[in-house]
Ligand binder design. Structure first.
Ligand SMILES: O=C(O)CCC(=O)C(=O)O
Length: 268
């Protein structure tokens, strides 16, 4: 599909998906890398942040994923990011959410307050790309999203992110549960109102997040991504232009900055 049509769909619905973008073998490797990074993050202070009971978010460096280059240069992702954010979009975040067994419904939310350019010009200046590392089954607490709510006025939202309970019927009416399978990817505006739901199973449902900003976007300030000189040397120029992050000799594990206080307790 034409990237400009996909961009229009993001403006209309707030989310689009591409089934079967990657082979299952590639996703298995991603799942292994996420698992290693998750264990490492849990073992140190502030390596993982709580996003509600039995639910975590971890930010990592690109080279912790063996498949990073394939992901970040995927033509569908490149086409959509270019159409929505312009040719100089920047990858500012690599991370993952892990809802474990026992995770509960999150409150409906957006991941950050609406930036001024979106408020005044109705222009999106960031996107979130999601890749599930497992097949999502109905009992695993699927991701739920209310399409078309990315421009909802936030005057009554707590911290600009949490709509009041009185607005929940609007989100419940529109809510769509997503059941992505290994290999599927989606791109959404993180302003589109969404939530993780209760995980009734004994399985975890890790999902990778790639955060992308238009030039001048401010999400990069919430994140600490870096690459080593050795890794940088292996990257194609087409990817380097989208990764204007520090190039360092040694990576430091990331201490989490993007705590979303309102999610720590789960929905009440
Ligand atoms: O459960 C998910 O896939 C997303 C969770 C989420 O929206 C969050 O933690 O901000």
């Amino acid at each position: 599909m034409d990237p400009n049509d996909l961009a229009r769909r993001i403006y209309d619905d707030g989310i689009i998906g591409l089934p079967g973008a990657f082979e299952r073998e590639w996703v298995k490797q991603l799942d292994e890398d996420v698992d290693v990074a998750f264990r490492e993050a849990l073992a140190r202070a502030d390596g993982a942040v709580g996003r509600g009971p039995n639910r975590y978010y971890v930010e990592i460096h690109p080279e912790q994923l063996r498949g990073f280059v394939e992901l970040a240069t995927h033509p569908w992702i490149n086409g959509v990011c270019t159409a929505v954010l312009g040719p100089d979009y920047q990858i500012v975040e690599v991370g993952f959410d892990v809802p474990l067994a026992g995770a509960v419904d999150q409150p409906w939310h957006r991941d950050f307050p609406m930036p001024p350019i979106t408020k005044t010009e109705r222009k999106l200046d960031s996107l979130a790309i999601n890749v599930t590392t497992v097949d999502t089954e109905p009992d695993m607490g699927p991701f739920e999203i209310a399409p078309g709510t990315q421009f909802d006025d936030d005057a009554e939202f707590e911290h600009g992110m949490f709509p009041p309970k009185s607005a929940y019927p609007r989100y419940e009416e529109r809510a769509v549960r997503k059941f992505p399978q290994m290999g599927d990817i989606s791109i959404r505006s993180a302003l589109t109102i969404h939530r993780g739901t209760t995980n009734h199973s004994q399985k975890s449902r890790p999902v990778l997040v790639l955060g992308v900003d238009a030039p001048g976007g401010v999400n990069g300030e919430r994140h600490d991504l870096a690459v080593t000189e050795g890794f940088w040397a292996t990257l194609p120029d087409s990817l380097r232009r989208h990764l204007q992050c520090p190039v360092v000799q040694t990576l430091r594990p990331i201490t989490q900055k993007h705590t979303i206080e309102g999610l720590v307790m789960g929905a009440s």
